[in-house]
Design a protein around this ligand. Structure first.
Ligand SMILES: *Cc1c(COP(=O)(O)O)cnc(C)c1O
Length: 438
């Protein structure tokens, strides 16, 4: 989709950043420093997010502002000062890119081997744009779905959006995927992700979805999307909204489940009436909507926010699915919530909602061995420990078996944890903690 006003959708990029920031009352120096951050991290938003979701009177603390706009303290002060200096002196773009790349390289751009782990093969050929980590589920990254209606500042896939082809991975070969699935009857679920697959217009989305309907063993097709939060018009008033919903209906008609994995970060995102219409439209096709988001400091790190979100999802007919821990990439120092605090937030929110909302799991770390859930903090044999289990694992043998880590109030990610009552974690090879470091 082109930038501009196609489908009434109006994208704002870094070119518009300075003008947008004026609405927040930032000084010239502040705007320059924010632009310096945007030279490193991707920025994209749209008129709906800017006009309907952000409360400009509350900027810079407004959660939706923090969700989409770069902030100067997201990066080390010295880096921001250097880049701001280059911008101030109108340095050549090539020079700015060199400086920006240096900062990016220090932000762990490919956590858990996003780029090269788990790429399936057909014969000896790798299958690009595909990731197969768990036996029953394959991730597919459609080539035309490699952007979003707006970018989240905390996105763990941020490196894909900075316009360097070697940092991207995507595929336009649905035929190859179908061939792979036929050789792998254990795969029952395909998850289209990106970017946001809903950035694709209906004819393109159809080219990816329809061949999957012919794959007999497939039980479910998932679409991971933030479009209900950032561009709900996609299902209500866009020219292909009706066709898109008909395409969704064809999945149920083929005897499969379409699971729309909706990313909602804050209750504000469900407020505009158009969201309710979009959700109702999707549900009317027989699809199910499951909701997920990471826990992010300064955006949604309070139990009341999550409880409100899950309650609203329930009344709208959506099913709470995952609360994630922010991954170890990008401005993680800025957004990270310690695991001990994450667990308390999850527990307090979970304890205050109806059982119908307790379909949610978390806080969950999507790491190399699998999805690791922090079940709680306990004292066992005089030692304070984290109780953990794998919700999802490369090795299904490990799913659902409790294990322990030494309590550490500062730990923010799996790699910060050390085993308790054992010399290694169950998912580690007998000799070293090599798996953990990937
Ligand atoms: C989360 C995830 C899935 C899906 O896991 P579920 O527990 O079934 O939701 C599949 N593949 C990868 C790589 C994932 O991170």
């Amino acid at each position: 989709m082109k930038e501009g006003s196609v489908r009434g959708f109006r994208a704002y990029t870094v070119k518009h950043l300075d003008d947008l920031l004026r609405r927040g009352g930032f000084s010239e120096e502040e705007r320059l420093r924010i632009r310096a951050v945007a030279a490193v991290l991707p920025f994209r938003t749209n008129a709906y997010v800017v006009d309907q979701l952000i409360d400009w009177s509350a900027v810079p603390d407004d959660p939706i502002f923090r969700l989409v706009f770069p902030q100067e303290d997201m990066l080390p002060e010295a880096d921001v000062t250097r880049l701001a200096g280059l911008l101030r002196s109108n340095a050549p773009n090539a020079e700015i890119q060199v400086a920006a790349n240096r900062v990016r390289a220090r932000l762990n751009p490919h956590p858990a081997g996003q780029l090269d782990l788990n790429v399936p093969r057909v014969g000896t050929e790798p299958l690009p744009g595909t990731q197969h980590k768990y036996p029953e589920t394959v991730l597919f990254f459609p080539k035309q779905g490699q952007t979003c209606h707006a970018y989240c500042t905390y996105c763990f896939r941020w490196a894909q959006f900075i316009g360097e082809p070697d940092l991207k991975f995507a595929s336009d070969e649905i035929g190859d995927l179908v061939g792979y699935l036929k050789e792998h009857p254990e795969v029952t679920s395909v998850l289209l992700t990106g970017g946001d697959p809903m950035i694709m217009g209906e004819p393109v989305l159809r080219r990816y979805l329809e061949p999957l309907l012919e794959v007999e063993q497939l039980e479910s097709i998932r679409i991971g999307s933030k479009s209900l939060a950032y561009w709900p018009q996609r299902f209500v008033s866009d020219p292909d909204a009706g066709e898109t919903l008909r395409l969704f209906s064809s999945v149920a008609e083929a005897g499969k489940t379409l699971a729309f994995m909706a990313h909602f970060s804050h209750p504000r995102e469900m407020e505009p009436p158009v969201v309710e219409a979009a959700v109702a439209g999707i549900l009317s096709t027989g699809a199910v909507i499951r909701t997920q988001a990471p826990l992010i400091r300064s955006i949604n790190d309070e139990p009341g926010i999550w409880a409100a979100m899950w309650r609203r999802h329930l009344t709208m007919g959506m099913v709470p699915y995952y609360m994630f821990v922010e991954r170890d990439t990008g401005p993680q120092d800025y957004f990270a919530v310690p695991l001990a605090r994450a667990y308390e937030i999850f527990r307090d929110a979970y304890a205050s909602v109806s059982g119908l909302c307790r379909t949610v799991r978390g806080p969950s770390m999507s790491a190399t061995p699998g999805k690791v859930c922090v079940d709680g903090v306990a004292e066992i044999a005089g030692q304070k420990v984290f109780v953990l289990h794998l919700i999802q694992a490369r090795d299904p043998e490990l799913v659902g078996r409790p294990f322990f880590a030494r309590y550490d109030p500062e730990a923010v990610w799996l790699t910060d944890l050390r085993p308790a009552f054992a010399d290694r974690f169950p998912f580690e090879a007998e000799t070293a903690g090599a798996l953990l470091s990937a």
